[in-house]
Design a protein around this ligand. Structure first.
Ligand code: Z5A
Length: 221
């Protein structure tokens, strides 16, 4: 019998501004790597040279900026690139792929936040990705006022999402919580207002509760 590599797991980290997604994605990867488990961290928008070009278009638009529906198409264009060229190959090698934002961000920001119909976003998702879904989604939940204070203390300049009104960020937060409530088998909500060490413990607990093979340091191959 050929020695077949077991397919990896796809974990997405979602949440509003300053929730600590990048911090926790990196910490989870370090913990798993210390256990001998091969990981890969990617991000959206981005994750490949092509998708990083789309990220630049999205986050630094000219003129009045994109229509929200155009943003949906651009986010999914980048996502197709990231899934095809980065995520899928790593999963096929047996890696644990940790993605800093994914399709739930489009539902939360462009859907709940900017009123693009959720059904239209889901239709684009199906057309772009087929049935491809995360195995586990960690939703880092935080009061937007606290999250925005964190990002502003990091840098004085705010990007075009950060500078939107608090009401917008509240709709995004509520959207993420609704997404989690609608998909309890896939999503775990983590209290991201806690100190980073406590959040990291909660993240690891959620991951090992879902994937027992990652608890004891058994490599994923
Ligand atoms: N977007 C969209 O609209 N639709 C989509 O489909 C997708 C994205 C995929 C991407 O920006 C933007 O794109 C995003 C939504 C939109 N809007 N914005 N802005 P980005 O990738 O550049 O930024 P981000 O994803 O929003 O990340 P962030 O909010 O800047 O940060 P974070 O990853 O959540 O947090 P962090 O970088 O780990 O930490 C932020 C700061 O807080 C930093 O100084 C940390 O040291 C600190 N931190 C982290 N954790 C803690 C705890 N627990 N306590 C205290 N301080 C902490």
């Amino acid at each position: 019998m050929p020695n077949r590599v077991r397919r990896g797991r796809f974990i997405t980290v979602e949440g509003g501004e300053g929730a600590g997604k990048s911090t926790q994605a990196a910490r989870l990867a370090e913990t798993l790597e210390r256990r001998g488990i091969a990981t890969l961290v990617t991000r959206e928008p981005g994750g490949t040279p092509e998708a990083e070009r789309i990220r630049a278009l999205l986050l630094d638009p000219v003129g009045a900026g994109w229509e929200a529906a155009t943003e949906v198409l651009l986010y999914f264009a980048g996502r197709v690139e990231n899934v095809a060229k980065t995520v899928e190959p790593a999963l096929a090698e047996g890696r644990i792929v940790i993605c800093d934002r994914f399709a739930d961000s489009t539902l939360a920001y462009q859907g709940y936040g900017a009123d693009v119909p959720l059904a239209a976003i889901r239709a684009v998702a199906d057309a772009a990705l087929g049935g491809f879904r995360p195995d586990l989604t960690l939703i880092l939940d935080i009061d937007p006022a606290l999250g925005l204070a964190r990002t502003r203390s990091r840098s004085a300049a705010s990007d075009r999402y950060e500078s939107r009104p608090l009401d917008y960020h509240r709709r995004v937060r509520d959207g993420f919580l609704e997404i989690a409530a609608d998909a309890p088998a896939r999503c775990v909500v983590v209290d991201a207002a806690q100190p980073a060490d406590r959040v990291a413990d909660a993240v690891l607990a959620a991951v090992t509760a879902r994937f027992a093979e990652l608890a004891g340091g058994t490599a994923s191959k």
